[in-house]
Design a protein. Structure first.
Length: 262
């Protein structure tokens, strides 16, 4: 979803008292992820993005990692202090994929059991490298990333294959899988080298991922099924980067997808 849509959903959750306390914000750094964090900060602190109740940490040193000392002394200590304004405390972690294991373990307790009116935004442009212990404890927000999805007519062509009537039964799913495979093949035929083919495949699966997220946002699927669909597409993309052929990968993906009821 785009940044404004994600922010609108966040505002509604905050206003209704239903905001999660930990969010994995996947987007560009610098770019959409930081833009989203600034918007949330403005929401929580009446337009201020430079407030004493906002604490930020990011990778440091030659290794560009978030170390345990930095988390404990420079971040968690600040987050444990009583709010200056008597309201929210906001912790922003830039580069959540750069935690050392020790730093992640030190942070987990605060993430699992945050104090009242505490929110953590974990920003990353590489969610696949985030530690599972971190990911499993956060609500994920996926924002636009550069060169992630197909554009214009190509995007519409893929999205149109996922519109109602949705496939019912194995034969209909096989037909959809074949159409998706054929279209991906036609996109690959239009490029000249292996590097461009890899980009096309990444954009193709990112476009399918966008459809899955839109179903979830639109309420066409419950959270469990919608989240599982996102995992299915992620798994398919990872398989596509290995030795399995695209046709087989897409067939397996479509077979596992939960479609909205018609």
């Amino acid at each position: 979803m785009d940044t404004s849509e994600a922010f609108s959903l966040m505002c509604r959750a905050i206003d209704a008292g239903r905001a999660n306390r930990g969010f994995l914000v996947c987007g560009d750094l610098p770019g959409s992820a930081e833009d989203f964090a600034r918007l949330v900060a403005g929401k929580l602190f009446d337009g201020s993005v430079d407030h004493p109740d906002i604490s930020t940490v990011e990778p440091t040193g030659v290794t560009r990692t978030i170390k345990v000392k930095t988390i404990k002394e420079g971040f968690l200590d600040a987050m444990s202090v009583t709010s200056f304004s008597g309201g929210w405390k906001l912790g922003i972690i830039k580069g959540a994929d750069r935690f050392t294991v020790e730093a992640a373990n030190a942070f987990l307790k605060s993430l699992e059991e945050p104090t009242s009116m505490t929110m953590y935004l974990l920003l990353t442009d590489n969610p696949d490298d985030c530690l599972p212990t971190i990911v499993s404890r956060c609500q994920r927000i996926d924002l636009p990333r550069r060169d992630r999805a197909l554009h214009n007519e190509e995007r519409e062509a893929v999205c149109s294959l996922f519109t109602a009537p949705y496939p019912v039964g194995s034969a209909a799913r096989e037909t959809l899988a074949q159409k998706l495979s054929d279209y991906l093949e036609s996109l690959k035929d239009g490029v000249e080298n292996q590097a461009d083919t890899a980009i096309i495949k990444r954009r193709f699966y990112a476009t399918v991922m966008g459809v899955m997220r839109q179903w979830l946002v639109d309420g066409l699927l419950d959270v469990a099924k919608g989240s599982r669909n996102i995992e299915v597409v992620e798994e398919a993309f990872q398989r596509s980067t290995r030795s399995l052929g695209d046709e087989m990968v897409i067939s397996l993906m479509v077979d596992k997808i939960s479609f909205p009821s018609t």
